[in-house]
Design a protein around this ligand. Sequence first.
Ligand code: DGL
Length: 271
Amino acid sequence: MNSSISQNNIIGIFDSGVGGLSVWKELIKLIPGNRMIYVSDNAYSPYGPRPHTEIIARAVEISEFLIKNGAGIIVVACNTATAAAIDELRQRFDIPIIGMEPAVKPAAEMSKTRVIGVLATKGTFMGRLYNSTLRRFGTGVKVVEKVGTGLVDIVESGKADTEEGRRLIEKYIRPMIKKGADHIVLGCTHYPFLSEQIAKIAGEGVTLVDPAPAVARHTLEILEKRGQLCDESIIRSEQTRFYATGTVENLKRVARTILPSLDEGFFNNME
Ligand code: DGL
């Protein structure tokens, strides 16, 4: 294990907004010794409907920012950005780039009804990664896909518990349940922030599958293998610095639902 505070050990994380905090939450649990930088690209949110070329440009700019600030590994905590940009990032930057895996495999393996639902953005469904995962692991199950249009905005604007949020969730989840889905893949990192509401509509006996814990475990393995894992003790609330390309308010609010004592000064605009 490496106990130095070398900059090479910093974990850079980004998403189109606060969604990636659902991955960050797992990362800080599993990797308490490495410093982290989180970027919310909320000035450009949502990524879902944008063309891949635009998302690639955003991902490259943010990765450059993260690396300039010392990141030695990047977690693309966004399914849509993973779908659009992971190949380009891996080609350009000589550090490990970890992406989100659409959790079709575990859902298909665990399903008893042989019907699974996948809720994701248009960009994710259009990506090569999702389609190859589906071909490899989705055979033998019926997959009910729904584009969660509007759900990222609901999370970004703090409206998860509103009538508007409930109606949208119902529109996407009901058809999955009607077709017999017993597992629903949360194929966008924003959706775990709607799990309570989704679970209520899906009802008992339906399991929501969030790939974030697996992505955190994979990040830990890579750090270990590369000698980048730190065993220093950092006070949890001081481990991460946060940046937003738009306003920092929602980022601060949602991050504090996970770690209430985060300092005001840790939230800044990305220059
Ligand atoms: N959290 C992103 C994802 O995982 C949201 C994409 C968006 O901004 O539309 O796909």
